[in-house]
Design a protein around this ligand. Structure first.
Ligand code: 9MR
Length: 632
């Protein structure tokens, strides 16, 4: 088990929320309570300007309940299910009450029984047939009210922009402008070589790795730390670009187009989501070893501080030396894949840039082929995360698919079809894909982007995506909370496994038009937004009670009241039964997997924010925000 020596400046102060139901005693949250700095008031006044303000002024004062709903709300034409924690062995009556207390709909729950991941006895209440818009609904079961929620078609519009805006907030090497994010979130540029910063314009390698320096400015900070990691930045940039490409195929690209985000590039004629991704792509390309040097064409695995900094540390005040870590095959293939995707998707908007991306991608591919087993070690975790990976055949497959989709060239097609990942059932598993397991990304691209594979092969690839999506739906149906990950899947960043599996279901919807896949996506959002064992939304600013103390060196309000909480639209990592940090170990011992979470800034293994977790959230929010008339 890996733990990071993240530094605490002060002990955590805690306050336990008032609770009204004995049922909640099962939640491991009780062992730690919600961690709130005294006087914390929520984010309503500090939310990004693009956000609709959170609907409830003081979420911390809200009592919890055994009736768990998507606290943000439901779409009029979407599924509407809630989970009820109860030991009753017979169905119970549910009532949907509108804001004035009148019964809008009623029915009977379905007894589900024990939910393995939470250990709770559950029923399901299904009010999908109710389709009228409104706000201030509550679901009432057995005398207990759910948190209030809305039913409205524009439910996901603000999350679409907030979850995307996360990336501007995370930008390195540029000032974060008050005019775009509001004064609370503005800050000077970080890591441009201005003291006390020691990077990132002129960064040396770790001793023995190289004898020159490299300009690796820009990009996004990975997470709560100030590291920049090619494998994680790559999958995140890919996800944003794919979000745009998916919307384009669905005929809904304008929602992600120019001037849809509050970023400096708005109004430049290029879709804002692509502008945001380009900020990272430029950095990723700077991480390529220059020609004439040893390992030319490879990508350095990562650049970060020589030692861990404490919390809080504002980016521009990070005084640690910055270092480049040795190149890796995984990072190089990640660069090849994302740069090839860039070449394909940016072409209509900036053909010169697209050509540059393709050239970088080709060079990276060739370098990876020449150095196929240069692995990043797990032990390299001082001052930054390791992102270690000793299996790179999946990364070869992903890079080959992107290069093939971009060029149609035979050599790349052969690399695709000869890879074991092209047919392996291991590409799309119940636990999903992530920064280390990338074969699924290749499958998703081949299933959706026109390419020259034989029609029978494309049919087979598409069938593998819909079969995986059906597997996720079956898994959800077997659970009390309809989560698309197995009970043993609550690992570090489990919420991103949820989002990534939801992306597979959304892709199955795009391929087939079948509503059950869209329903699976929306129910995955229900889980993230409050229909879970903690009765908590993992997305800041959304829902009645939401995560607000995620692990972050600047959004560190819990430790320093002069700093902000995370901005609206920030996704917490989520339950991690591994308890891989001291705060989790202290407060969550014995937790059921789905309850191994604490909203404390010190719990980096359950409560960090990270670009590869917010990227699929943004992807899904954009999908969910589209108005989708039924196709079947
Ligand atoms: O998301 C990563 C998770 O899959 C790993 O298990 C964990 C330990 O290696 O690291 C996570 O990534 C962290 C990275 O190493 C440093 N920046 C913050 C990331 C999220 O916690």
């Amino acid at each position: 088990m890996l733990t990071f020596p993240h530094v605490h400046r002060r002990p955590t102060r805690r306050r336990t929320r008032k609770r009204t139901t004995a049922a909640l005693l099962t939640a491991a949250l009780l062992s730690g309570g919600m961690a709130l700095a005294p006087g914390a008031t929520g984010l309503s006044s500090a939310a990004s300007p693009s956000a609709a303000p959170p609907t409830v002024a003081d979420p911390a004062a809200t009592a919890t309940t055994p009736v768990r709903v998507n606290q943000a709300g439901y779409l009029p034409d979407g599924p509407k299910r809630a989970t009820v924690v109860t030991s009753a062995t017979q169905p119970l009556t549910w009532q949907l009450r509108n804001a004035s207390g009148a019964v809008a709909a009623s029915g009977r729950t379905v007894v589900h029984g024990t939910d393995t991941a939470s250990g709770e006895a559950t029923h399901t209440a299904d009010f999908s047939k109710y389709r009228k818009a409104g706000s201030g609904f509550v679901l009432v079961v057995d005398g207990q009210n759910s948190a209030p929620f809305d039913i409205r078609a524009d439910l996901y519009d603000s999350l679409r922009s907030d979850a995307m805006a996360f990336f501007y907030h995370q930008r390195s090497g540029t000032p974060i402008e008050a005019s775009l994010v509001g004064p609370a979130y503005a800050r000077p540029a970080g890591h441009l070589g201005v003291a006390p910063n020691q990077g990132d314009t002129n960064v040396p390698c770790q001793p023995g790795v190289c004898d020159y320096t490299q300009d690796v400015r820009g990009g996004w900070y990975d997470a709560g730390d100030h590291g920049k990691y090619v494998v994680n930045g790559g999958i995140s940039a890919w996800t944003l670009v794919d979000s745009f490409a998916r919307a384009e195929r669905a005929g809904n690209a304008s929602a992600l187009g120019d001037s849809t985000l509050r970023i400096p590039e708005r109004g430049n004629g290029v879709p804002d989501v692509l502008d945001e991704a380009r900020w990272e792509l430029d950095f990723l390309m700077r991480m390529q070893v220059p020609s004439g040097k040893p390992y030319a064409g490879m990508a350095f695995h990562k650049i970060h501080d020589a030692a861990w900094t404490g919390i809080p540390t504002r980016p521009e005040l990070d005084a640690q030396p910055r270092e480049l870590h040795r190149p890796s095959t995984a990072a190089t293939l990640n660069l090849a894949a994302t740069a090839a995707q860039c070449a394909r998707v940016f072409k209509p908007y900036d053909s010169t840039y697209a050509k540059r991306c393709l050239s970088v991608a080709r060079t990276a591919w060739t370098a990876a082929k020449a150095n196929p087993a240069l692995y990043a070690p797990e032990s390299d975790s001082t001052g930054g995360g390791p992102y270690n990976d000793t299996q790179v055949t999946d990364d070869f497959y992903w890079a080959a698919t992107e290069l093939y989709a971009a060029t149609g060239e035979r050599a790349y097609r052969d690399a695709v079809t000869s890879s074991p990942w092209h047919t392996s059932s291991g590409a799309l598993t119940p636990t999903g894909f992530n920064w280390a397991d990338t074969a699924a990304l290749g499958r998703l691209t081949l299933a959706t982007v026109p390419n020259g594979l034989p029609a029978s092969d494309i049919r087979r690839v598409r069938a593998s995506v819909t079969a995986a999506a059906d597997g996720h739906l079956a898994m959800m149906a077997g659970q009390g909370y309809a989560v698309p990950i197995p009970a043993n899947g609550y690992v570090w960043g489990s919420n991103s496994q949820v989002t990534n599996n939801a992306m597979v279901m959304a892709t199955a919807y795009a391929l087939t038009g079948q509503q059950r896949y869209r329903a699976g996506v929306l129910e995955s959002m229900d889980y993230l937004l409050g229909r879970n064992t903690l009765d908590l939304s993992y997305v800041t600013g959304y829902g009645d009670t939401y995560a607000r103390n995620q692990h972050h060196r600047f959004w560190a309000n819990q430790y320093d009241a002069s700093l902000p909480n995370p901005p609206a639209g920030s996704l917490a990592g989520g339950p991690n039964s591994g308890l891989q940090d001291p705060v989790a170990q202290e407060h969550l011992a014995g937790c059921s997997p789905a309850a191994c979470y604490i909203d404390d800034i010190g719990s980096y293994s359950t409560n960090e924010v990270t670009v590869n977790w917010n990227a699929p959230l943004a992807w899904l929010a954009a999908f969910a925000a589209e108005r989708c008339p039924p196709r079947d």
